[in-house]
Design a protein around this ligand. Structure first.
Ligand code: SF4
Length: 336
């Protein structure tokens, strides 16, 4: 029986979900809420029954991000907060490498990913065998892996990083050269922020690589007083055209602290929606590039996952132990 059968938008559910709708009304039209509300209500009930938490990435849609998530954030925040939960079950509303990271840090817990096909073009751009070849080619040079990699790749590297701590991680190694993989553009951006020589892999995020510097200049021509903030996974000409470059979390903080009247967030489209829902005084200009992998996670498959406790993430123990070490080393690096 489909997970959504027998769920109806009743007066009781409308009343119970009213505070949640108040938070998302700027980005979800009223006509759509009756479709989301019964699922939101049932997921929140079932979470309590299962002693489960939902970790949601910033690129999840607002009905997930604001409606059912217990912990939200970028890859770094989700990895760090995943170590602090007392829940028996973790549902990862994000992509597969994030669910693997949650499992690495919580080996005794049940970790669910509602759609196992939620991948990532960066994670798929490199294998463990590629890392072993790089080590042969550059003997003695430490390897830093962006968290957007599989557990098998994490097991082969010295330490992980996210876009939020990449410079600190690279400098923590104390070597004149490091290999940074798999995101070429993040590696190039980090190279502009440190004197450490960076050897880059040529993986790209299929969402951020679509933005261009010309597109940013065109938006500036159309909108007065436009503040452009860009994610470091974007190509270098986009970063040069931006006013601020920062990780997902730093972009959120930028809007919260500076409250610009009009902002262009050069990143995945749902993130602008989620920040816009909490920033009524800022107008968001949206060049909408959606991540097709993040969008595989829906309220319906989250509910199905909680009902069936499937699909579960599992990692071979010999891989998990080495991959966990790479993630834990990253978490021990102090932010600047
Ligand atoms: S937005 Fe890019 S980096 Fe993030 S999951 Fe999608 S493809 Fe991967």
């Amino acid at each position: 029986m489909p997970a959504t059968s027998a769920l109806a938008y009743t007066a009781d559910i409308a009343e119970a979900t009213r505070p949640i709708y108040e938070r998302v009304k700027r980005v979800i039209p009223a006509v759509e809420w009756p479709f989301h509300a019964p699922l939101v209500h049932e997921i929140n009930r079932l979470k309590r029954e299962r002693n489960a938490v939902i970790l949601a990435h910033n690129y999840q849609t607002p009905e997930i991000f604001h409606g059912v998530a217990d912990i939200v954030g970028d890859s770094l925040a989700l990895a760090a907060k995943a170590t602090q939960t007392d829940a028996d079950v973790i549902v990862l509303a994000g992509v597969h490498f994030m669910a693997e990271t949650a499992k690495l840090l919580n080996p005794a817990k049940t970790v669910l990913i509602p759609d196992t096909g939620a991948g990532c073009s960066l994670a798929e751009s490199i294998t463990a065998a590629d890392v072993r070849l790089l080590r042969e080619r550059y003997p003695g040079v430490p390897v830093v892996a962006y968290v957007n990699t599989s557990a098998e790749v994490k097991a082969e590297v010295d330490i992980c990083c996210t876009s939020g701590n990449a410079v600190e991680v690279v400098e923590s190694l104390g070597t004149p050269r490091v290999i940074m993989l798999p995101d070429e553009y993040l590696a190039k951006y980090v190279a502009t922020q440190t004197s450490v020589e960076i050897i880059a892999w040529k993986g790209h995020c299929e969402v951020h690589e679509r933005f261009t510097g010309d597109e940013i200049r065109e938006f500036r021509g159309r909108f007065d007083e436009l503040v452009v903030i860009a994610h470091p996974e974007c190509p270098p000409d986009v970063l040069e055209a931006a006013d601020f470059v920062g990780s997902t979390a730093r972009m959120v903080d930028f809007v919260a602290d500076r409250r610009p009247p009009r902002v262009l967030m050069v990143t995945e489209c749902s993130m602008s929606d989620n920040v816009a829902a909490a920033s009524p005084e800022t107008e968001f200009v949206r060049p909408c590039n959606l991540c097709p992998h993040m969008k595989k996670i829906t309220l319906a498959n989250i509910l199905e996952s909680l009902r069936t406790l499937e699909p579960q993430v599992s990692i071979a123990p010999e891989v998990a132990e080495r991959a966990r070490r790479s993630v834990e080393r990253m978490l021990a690096v102090k932010p600047r």
